[in-house]
Design a protein around this ligand. Sequence first.
Ligand code: NOJ
Length: 555
Amino acid sequence: MEKKWWKESVVYQIYPRSFKDSNGDGIGDINGITEKMGYLQELGVDVIWLSPVYQSPNDDNGYDISDYQAIMEEFGTMEDFDRMLAAAHEHGLKLVMDLVVNHTSDEHPWFVESRKSVDNPYRDYYIWRPGKDGKEPNNWGSCFSGPAWKYDPQTEMYYLHLFSEKQPDLNWDNPKVRQEVFDMMNWWLDKGVDGFRMDVISLISKKPDLPDGPVGINGYASFNEPANGPHVHEYLQEMREKVLNRKETITVGECSGVTLEEAKKYASSDGKELNMVFQFEHMDVDADANTKWTDKKMDLRDMKEVLTRWQKGLEDIAWNSLFWENHDQPRSISRYGNDSPEYREVSAKMLATCLHMMQGTPYVYQGEELGMTNVPFTSIDQFRDLDSINAYRELVEEQKVFTSEEMMRYLRYKSRDNARTPFQWDDSENAGFSTGTPWIMVNPNYKEINAKDQLEREDSVFHYYQKLIRLRKEQEVIVYGTYDLLLPDSKEIYTYTRTLGEEKLLVVCNFYEPEVSFEMPEEFIGGTCLISNYPEVSLKAEMTLRPYEAFVIKK
Ligand code: NOJ
C-alpha cells in the first residue's frame, strides 16, 4: 500500500465559536485558537480542521457564507487568521479549511443578484424552478425541517435550499460557478492553508429533472435525495486538476448519503478526486428507519457490521476516515459509552481504543479528548442550533408527531448542541472559555471534566488520547495493517486484529458495564500489552473483561 503522510496523521476538529474566547464577548475566536496551539501540540495531533470562519450572517453558525475571502467579524480579522496559520505551522500543525460550496448564504452578493431578475447574469448561479400546481417543484425536504424550496415573489419562482432558507444551493452545472469556487480555493492555498474538508460535497450535482423521493415522518423526502448525482465525480476531478494538484494537500469529503461503492470513487487511491470521505452509516445505527429523533440505543452487532464493511470494503482501494464525533453529532460517551461519573473515563478510553486502532485517518473533535459529555438541557430555549429548534417546532408544535417531553428527551440525546457547548478548559467561571457570557450554556460538569485537571493527571482521558496518537507514530501496523473482525456475533465485545507482514495486533473492547468472558486467541497469549484502560491487565487464555475494558496486544 502506498504510504502517505495524511494516512499517518491525526486530525483535530475545532469549532471556533466554542473553543476559546480571547476578547470576552462570549464567542470563541481566532486569537483564542492561536493561544492554544501549545495544547494541541502536546496532544500530538498533526492537522487542524477548522469549522468555517468566513464572513457569515450565522444562520447555521458559519455554514452560510456571505464572503469566502473575508473573516467573520466575531472571530477576528484576516491578520488574526494569518497569525494563527503561522502559529499552527510553527507548532508543526497543518491547517485544513472547511469548504462550504454546496450552498452560500442568501446574503452572498451572487444570490443578492440572482434573485433580482430571471435575466440577471447571476441567475444561473443557483437552482430556480417554477412551482408545480401552485406548490413546490418537488417533494424534497430541507435538512432543517420543512420543504427544500422557498418561493421568491420578486420573480415568482422557487429556489432550492437543501439546508435552511438562508442557504440557497449553488448550481454546479454552471461552469462559471465551478470556476469561482476553484479560484477561491486557489486563493486560500496560495495563502498557505494545507487542505479542505468539503461540506456535503456529495450533494453538489443534482439530476436535471429533480425527481421526487420517498417521504419521511414530516412528509418530505430526505435532503440526501441528490446524493452522488450524475456529475459529482466529474466536478471533483476537475477540482483536482485545477486546484488540488497544485500543492500537496489533505482533502476529506463530507459525503452524506454515500455508499461504499461511491466512496471507492470519491476516495480512490488513484488520487483523481479526494483523499478520503466521511461516511455516516455508523452514525445511523441508533436512528429509526426515517428519523434520527429517537433515544434508541444501538445494537453493537450493527456497529460492527457497518464499520467492518467499510474497513474491508476500502482495503487497498481507498482510505477511511475514522470518527465518533463532530459538531453535528452528540457526544460519543453519552451515546455509545457511559457518561456516569463512575464509568465515563473508562468508557471514553474504550471508545477511543476501538476507533484509533482501525485503518484510516482518525479525527478527534474538540473536547472528545477530555471525555466531554452530552448536556443536561431542560428547556427548548437553551438550544441555539436551528436544526434542533426547527425540528421541535415542526414535530411537536405543528405536526404533533412527538410530545414536548419526548422531543426534549431526543434532543438531549441527539441534538448537535450537545457538541457545541464551550470547551472546558478549567474549573473557573464559564469553564475558562470566556470572561463574558457564553453564546450557549456551559455544561455544568466543567468542574469535574476540564483540561487543566486532565493535563495534571497521568491517568486522564487526555493522556490516553496522547498515548494512542503516539502509538500510531510508533507502530506502522496501526496505520497500514489489514483489519479482520473476530466474534462478529458477540453482543458485548468488539474485537479485531490488524496484520502487517509478521506484525499482528489484537484489539479487545467490552462495550458495556457487565463483566463478560473472553477467550484469548492462542497466538496472543504471552504478547505485549501496548495500551489498556485499566492499570493492570493479566493476559490469560480465559479472561473476564471488566466494565468497558479495552486493551491492545501485540503478538
Ligand atoms: C454539514 C455541516 O457539517 C453542518 O454543520 C451544516 O449544518 C450543513 N452541512 C450545512 O452546511
